[in-house]
Design a protein around this ligand. Structure first.
Ligand code: HEM
Length: 460
């Protein structure tokens, strides 16, 4: 039986590379062993198979119920943060039910409700930075995405509870993104709580503060129902499954936490990368401004959403350094053939989004930021997959794309920014996703006026 090759160094050293710098580990493995290889992170467990070839990606992403089992318990690493009932940590019928309950707030027309919030919050945050003073752009984009998701989920961003929740979340995610925290997730024996000096214990206490605030909000909503509310929490509380059952408080807590975390960390990083590339390559900024300025002041969000070059810049941003470098893992249920290899039941497979996005035959000069590639050709759903695919495809895809485009449009047309240092920034592990390996410092040069309003349109 042929099994994919992989590095022969001890599992503990592979785990170390995985925790410290998964991208360089993956790139080295791909160079030596090709598009399908295996790694071993625990000497007592079978190796994990990593795939990057689009046909294999398609096979694992579209085969959830037959030969392959979708994440659920394989996503245990997310449990400390998101809980046991999060759509990310469950599988099978339970996952399908939760997904159906969660999807409606992220569909078509609902998106339009979020446009104004995104534009207003972006304007508010970016105008807080004084001319001439440098700041870390990721802090700004995180402030935007955290406020936007708070408004979308709870319908409010002011008041003591909202403020406390935002602060606790920011602190918790900052801690959760450190390497130490990731090591604790992968080596659970280190998670013992020794009191206030214990790192993991501190995270648990922060988590408890957040839970208390979320449960208070749920309780208040149950006591004083208001059918006119359109925020995600209200929609989720009103939603019923096929058996007429609504979500329990515990389920609601875990899904809210999932949306708050998945819904802002990822988009904040994507926006920071987009601003980095736009300002690093002057021709990109110039073309983008030309396109944006052609819409005049206060352009219609749906027109902004359809701008071809803006779309290409966002797509290329998520191609070159995808925030999630892997899709969720899948486990083999019945023996399968994958890319010429035979895989036995129990084998875990991970789709490497990063390696697929860096295949030279699909993306010539893959290390170069070239938005034009998205204007010149279309890529299949398994060649380009920053949001994963199949039954687990990102629920917030449309929300994230809308937020990226509207926030970028607002920032670029209202503010002239500059990178403080034009040196290279590379991706590194940031918790269970990735982010810039150093702060991307930017400075506001001046406020900007739209140059040539050709087309004036109304807001939604
Ligand atoms: C640029 C921003 C984002 C990126 C790159 C991203 C990426 C991903 C990826 C790769 C997956 C795994 C898909 C798979 O394994 O097939 C995922 C799942 C998920 N994402 Fe996102 N995401 C983003 C923004 C968001 C937003 C804004 C939300 C919600 C408001 C969200 C909520 C979720 C949820 C709930 C899942 C789990 C779906 C499931 O297990 O059924 N994400 N995302």
């Amino acid at each position: 039986m042929k099994f994919p090759n992989g590095p022969q160094i001890p599992a503990v050293l592979q785990m170390l590379r995985w925790v410290v710098n998964p991208i360089s580990f993956m790139e080295d493995c791909a160079k030596s062993y090709g598009e399908i290889f295996s790694i071993r992170l625990d000497k007592n467990l079978p190796p994990i198979v990593i795939v990057s070839n689009p046909q294999a990606q398609q096979q694992i992403l579209t085969n959830d119920t037959k030969e392959l089992e979708a994440p659920g318990d394989l996503n245990q690493v997310f449990e400390p943060l998101l809980g046991k009932h999060s759509v990310i940590t469950i599988s099978g019928a339970e996952h399908q039910r939760q997904r159906q309950l969660l999807m409606p707030p992220f569909h078509g027309d609902r998106m339009r409700n979020y446009s104004q919030v995104i534009t207003d919050v972006t304007q508010k945050v970016i105008s807080q930075y004084p001319i001439g003073k440098s700041f870390n752009i990721r802090s700004a984009t995180q402030a935007i995405t955290l406020r936007v998701i708070m408004q979308a989920v709870f319908g409010l961003n002011e008041g003591t509870r909202a403020e406390k929740l935002q602060n606790f979340l920011r602190e918790l995610l900052e801690k959760a993104s450190s390497r130490l925290s990731v090591a604790l997730v992968y080596f659970p024996a280190l998670q013992r709580d020794f009191g206030p000096i214990n790192f993991w214990g501190k995270q648990i206490r922060l988590q408890q503060e957040i839970d208390q605030l979320i449960y208070e909000e749920i309780r208040e909503r149950r006591e004083q129902p208001d059918s006119s509310r359109t925020d995600i929490l209200s929609l989720l509380m009103a939603a019923k499954d096929e058996a007429g059952q609504s979500m329990t408080d515990k389920e609601l807590r875990d899904e809210l936490m999932t949306l708050l975390v998945a819904g802002h960390e990822t988009t904040a990083t994507a926006l920071a990368w987009a601003l980095y590339w736009i300002h690093k390559i002057p021709s990109v900024r110039q073309k983008l401004l030309q396109e944006l300025d052609s819409l005049g002041d206060n352009p219609d969000p749906s027109t902004v959403f359809k701008l071809p070059y803006l779309n290409a810049v966002c797509s290329e941003t998520l191609r070159i350094y995808p925030v999630a470098i892997f899709t969720f893992p899948r486990k083999v249920r019945t023996p399968i053939s994958l890319g010429g290899y035979e895989l036995e039941p129990g084998t875990v497979i991970l789709g490497s989004i990063y390696l697929t996005h860096h295949q030279e035959d699909i993306y010539p000069e893959p290390k170069q930021f070239k938005p034009e590639r998205f204007l010149e050709r279309q890529f299949s759903a398994y060649e380009y997959l920053p949001f994963g695919g199949g039954a687990r495809r990102c629920i917030g895809l449309a929300f994230a794309q809308l937020e990226m485009k509207l926030a970028l449009a607002k920032i670029l047309s209202s503010t002239e920014l500059k990178l403080v240092n034009n040196g290279e920034v590379r991706p590194k592990r940031r918790g269970l996703v990735t982010g810039p390996d150093r702060p991307i410092e930017m400075v506001v040069m001046s406020q900007r006026q739209v140059k040539s309003p050709i087309l004036q349109t109304s807001t939604v």
